[in-house]
Design a protein around this ligand. Structure first.
Ligand code: T3D
Length: 264
């Protein structure tokens, strides 16, 4: 049986999913991919789960692909990386984006390679001041994958995206916040407290509305304004039919905190 490369902790209304290969800076092997996929699917199926926190064990967040699985003997046929991307990384990014609840990524230390882009696929990224973001691919002759070439220019603009991708230098968490790559950089000892506070807040949120907002934002960068306005109309129609919307309006009028029911 595989080791537990993914740890799951259940909290009131949310789950903490921890990448757990600390001696390899939580880099991905196949077993970790499969365990992460299963953990996210279980979170999705549990209607009481209204947010997910993704973080790493030990001093790093995630160093991307485990390169010890990619060492080639001289003269050996190269691996088909397109196949591993298709089988593991692309489904993971799509799964994170489609999760019907917010995902808070608590970047506790260095994020490198696909580790950066998996963080960027999450909804809210908070990072410890000591963390850094390293699109390491150019150092080994690869291109940013796991959505990197899509996320980077959208988040930080073309020139910074090209700098990160082509120079492969670490971007400190403080700079990442200033550039808009992430939501917030926090003192190391405040990171997990803030990540828990965000998840607790989402665990009391109007989850279906938040999921619809994720969908709308996810579609916006490839839509025309006309198409986006139509999508907003359709998704708002759906949001307007939720019990949480009715409760939100009632609570506002009665000047009280809303008691949202979330995914039910
Ligand atoms: O292959 C496919 O399927 C295609 C998909 C590719 C996706 C990718 O992510 S490709 C990019 C892979 N990642 C990298 O290139 C990053 C490699 N790691 C680093 O550059 C450095 O480790 C860091 C800059 C992230 C951190 O540096 P530092 O000095 O803080 O730590 P370290 O000493 O390098 O690493 C600590 C240990 O973790 C070390 O092991 P040791 O010597 O203590 O036994 C190191 O070998 C191991 N480690 C770190 N990253 C990886 C790794 N082992 C395997 N794979 C790694 N990616």
């Amino acid at each position: 049986m595989d080791e537990p490369f993914i740890l799951v902790e259940r909290k009131e209304g949310y789950r903490i999913v921890t990448l757990n290969r600390p001696t390899r800076l939580n880099s991905f092997n196949e077993a970790m991919h499969l365990q992460l996929r299963a953990a996210l699917s279980e979170a999705e199926q549990d209607l009481s789960c209204r947010a997910v926190m993704l973080t790493g064990a030990g001093r790093g967040f995630c160093a991307g692909q485990d390169l010890s699985d990619r060492v080639m003997g001289k003269g050996a046929a190269p691996p088909d990386l397109g196949a591993t991307i298709e089988t593991y990384y692309n489904p993971l990014v799509k799964q994170l984006r489609a999760l019907p609840m917010p995902i808070v990524c608590a970047v506790n230390g260095v994020a490198a390679g696909a580790g950066v882009n998996i963080a960027l696929a999450c909804d809210i990224v908070v990072a410890a001041r000591s963390a850094s973001f390293l699109e390491a691919f150019a150092r080994i002759g690869l291109i940013p994958d796991a959505g990197g070439t899509w996320f980077l220019p959208r988040l930080v603009g073309e020139s910074r995206a090209r700098g990160m991708a082509l120079l492969a230098e670490p971007v400190p968490a403080e700079t990442a916040e200033r550039w808009g790559l992430i939501w917030k950089c926090l003192d190391d000892n405040e990171l997990m407290g803030e990540a828990h506070a965000l998840c607790s807040r989402f665990a009391e949120g109007a989850t279906r509305g938040l999921a619809l907002a994720k969908r709308a934002l996810g579609a916006s960068s490839t839509n025309t304004l006309d198409a986006q306005l139509s999508l907003e109309r359709d998704l708002q129609r759906e949001a307007g039919r939720t019990a949480d919307y009715a409760e939100g309006v009632r609570a506002f009028m009665e000047k009280r905190k809303p008691g949202f029911r979330g995914r039910v």
